[in-house]
Design a binder for this molecule. Structure first.
Ligand SMILES: CC(C)(COP(=O)(O)OP(=O)(O)OC[C@H]1O[C@@H](n2cnc3c(N)ncnc32)[C@H](O)[C@@H]1OP(=O)(O)O)[C@@H](O)C(=O)NCCC(=O)NCCS
Length: 391
């Protein structure tokens, strides 16, 4: 700790990250009076709060200077063990807060809910669904060079996940001076409060209506909001998402990528396409639909589409072979065609080798049979140079 810290917080003589962590310990005096929540229904777990503070692109640090001046700063935060840490230049206002009480906060907007979703007349139901997290504690400097280096490395991993640099170590001459010179500070994650304000105080039918309305509105982020709400509150699942023993989802979480890979191995058209390219295509697609066996939770079908809102292309429609001819393909396709990113498209296109009968039932025609422009049009393609195409 530096001089300033010692003056302001004499009881805290051990630098933050050097102190052993004891999760069972009672809140420190510094944390007394941790924020309370008026509505218990909105309270979420400390784990969710930590995860939010970790993934937030920026966190806000609020504290005070010696003379009582309020200080508010946006910083890049990272969770290192039991500490939410950030770095900065060893000068400026942030230093004034060291050794003093601070709050670090982050939030994510889930959806803006207009009043008319719920009531045709009154403005009062207008609200915002969000998740927020904050941690309150003493803002302390981290002085141990190896811990500073670890925090700086964790910041690199968060903000430059592709790596492409020499890992930061305090004993590496490449970094020793920088590690010494930078300020690294943080707050212990003893008192994390997380609030998920997602309409839990409303009546069930009202909350269901909000989910359905979000799906119908289909603005930017609305499908994501539907997915977040349905995953958290299965009782809000709209009928279109529950089909004959299947549970459908309208988003693919990055954590599900490992699960979809074996299913895609069954797709003949992906043979020879690098797996990373296929998974990246799924992550980049504005519409992905999955179906799980409602009883076992196993992933049984998926499909994705790209779209500019005017023309959509369907790709990678696959049903696990032991679940075919039981309606899963139709279920994922119907949800995909109703997906906000796809439903307004004037044309929805796809190519298939032999499943044309399946797509015909969903209203697709061969291009030669479809109503055409009066003028001649030639479909063209430019392939990546060097791409070998099997004929
Ligand atoms: C094609 C596929 C997605 C269909 O999914 P599914 O869950 O089996 O289809 P459904 O049960 O919803 O089928 C509904 C109807 O579509 C028709 N159908 C299904 N698969 C078909 C196929 N491969 N060819 C022609 N018609 C088909 C049938 O008429 C079926 O009704 P029926 O079983 O009562 O006769 C699935 O078989 C699959 O994954 N196949 C391998 C991968 C593939 O070819 N994907 C399409 C690439 S473009």
């Amino acid at each position: 700790m530096n001089e300033r810290t010692r003056e302001a917080a004499p009881a805290k003589s051990t630098a933050l990250a050097e102190r052993p962590s004891d999760p069972s310990a009672a809140p420190s005096p510094a944390n007394r009076g941790a924020p309370t929540m008026r509505r218990a229904a909105f309270r979420s777990s400390a784990e969710e709060g930590r995860a939010l503070l970790q993934r937030a692109p920026v966190v806000h640090v609020a504290t005070t200077a010696d003379d009582g001046r309020p200080i508010l700063r946006a910083v890049h935060g990272v969770v290192d063990g039991d500490v939410l840490a950030f770095h900065g230049a060893p000068a400026g206002e942030k230093l004034d807060g060291l050794g003093r009480q601070a709050v670090i906060a982050a939030h994510e907007i889930v959806a803006e809910i207009p009043s008319w979703f719920v009531d045709p007349d009154r403005a009062c139901p207008a609200t915002t669904y969000y998740v927020s997290a904050q941690v309150r504690g003493v803002l302390e400097e981290i002085t141990a060079p190896d811990v500073k280096a670890r925090v700086l490395q964790a910041l690199m991993a968060k903000y430059q996940p592709e790596g492409r640099h020499v890992p930061i170590r305090s004993d590496d001459p490449l970094y020793a001076k920088a590690v010494r010179g930078l300020l690294v500070a943080g707050v212990r994650l003893d008192e994390v409060v997380c609030k998920a304000k997602l309409g839990q105080n409303g009546r069930l039918e009202e909350r269901r209506r909000v989910v359905t309305q979000l799906w119908r509105r289909g603005g930017p982020g609305d499908a994501r909001a539907v997915d977040a709400l349905v995953r958290r509150f299965p009782e809000l699942t709209p009928p279109l998402f529950e089909r004959g023993g299947l549970r459908l989802a309208c988003m693919l979480a990055a954590s599900e990528l490992d699960e979809i890979a074996p299913l895609l191995d069954e797709a003949y058209w992906l043979a020879g396409v690098p797996r990373e390219a296929v998974l990246a295509a799924f992550l980049a697609s504005p519409a992905v639909v999955t179906a799980r066996d409602a009883r076992t939770g196993a992933l049984v079908a998926l499909a994705r589409a790209t779209s500019d809102g005017k023309v959509a292309w369907i790709y990678d429609v696959v049903v696990r072979d032991d679940h075919r001819r039981a309606g899963a393909g139709t279920a994922v396709m119907e949800l995909l065609l109703d997906h906000p990113a796809v439903r307004a498209a004037r044309h929805v296109r796809l190519t298939t080798r032999d499943a044309d009968g399946f797509y015909r039932r969903l209203g697709f025609l061969e291009l030669s049979e479809a109503p055409r422009h009066a003028w001649r049009s030639i479909e063209m393609i430019r392939s990546s140079p060097g791409l070998a195409i099997e004929r």
